[in-house]
Ligand binder design. Sequence first.
Ligand SMILES: [Zn+2]
Ligand SMILES: [Zn+2]
Length: 333
Amino acid sequence: MKTIANQAIEFGGSEQWKNRLWKGDEHIKFLERSDGNPLDGGKVVFRWPKLSNQNLDLGSSRRFLVNPNGENQADFWLSDEMLVALMPVVVYWVYAGMYTALGSWGDNYRLHSKKDEDEMNLVSKVTVVKGVLLQQFLQVLAVLLLFLVTEGNGDGFSAEQPSSWIDIARQVIIAMLVMDTYHYFFHRFVLHNKFLYRYIHSHHHRLVVPYPFGAIYSHPLEAFLADTISGSLSLVFSGMSARTSIFFFSFAAIKNVDDHCGLLLPGNPFHIFFRNNTVYHDLHHQLHGTKYNFSQPFFVMWDKILGTHMPYSLEKRAEGGFEVRLTKDYKED
Ligand SMILES: [Zn+2]
Ligand SMILES: [Zn+2]
């Protein structure tokens, strides 16, 4: 337990956040600024004047670990909120970079030949990188704005971190189910609507042969309507804390890259634990597969329940790599 009495509290970090005191996730009070200027490299000292005779249990304060001796300073740049926004971007590029670094070493595990990747895709890799960066920039902005808005009324993202792992697991499973449900219906009925497909979702389907860093390449409007909203809903319905959601959204980002990696490396845990995986989603990217396998990113249940599940078999190609064969007839347009 950390306690604080009537004393100066020093915070490092962003001006915007440091004049507030938090108890756990509850915004308690604005603090009075008394002196100092961070722009001069000095620390700003805030005082909480009405605390003279009481101690305040700060519990597991997320934003600031308040300590009058100046230890445990945390600032906005390392706050959970900032990490929720930034960590998925960082792990996206690290994980996609690891796949890309395999180079021709991975050729024996490819779902499509390198030639097909170069010839069948309808967009250049430079455009994809620019598109993904723009999307990530907008997404970070949207998440931070959301934090700022919910900050004002003290709810939203500010859920407590449960102490039991069972509770955390329950929240994560709910978040997965909510995300999957939103994605399935939005993907199938909105994005694959003829008009919206043409102007919005076709961007993502320009990658007929997906590759790792193209995983979230899509129209910026799709990124917002599909990803930002599904993320927010899963957060609200599951009641995850910001801390849990750092891991959850980073995991979802890695899973998304893996689903588009185009390689079936042996022992890949995503392929072992999820039936919704690289092959499953690759099929949706094929010209004959766009009416199947809408489910994303975790489970296959909605495709199964609503009859859009396409079974497949995998065969080894003579020239190396694998080929996905559909095991039932597909519907034409
Ligand atoms: Zn995709
Ligand atoms: Zn689609």
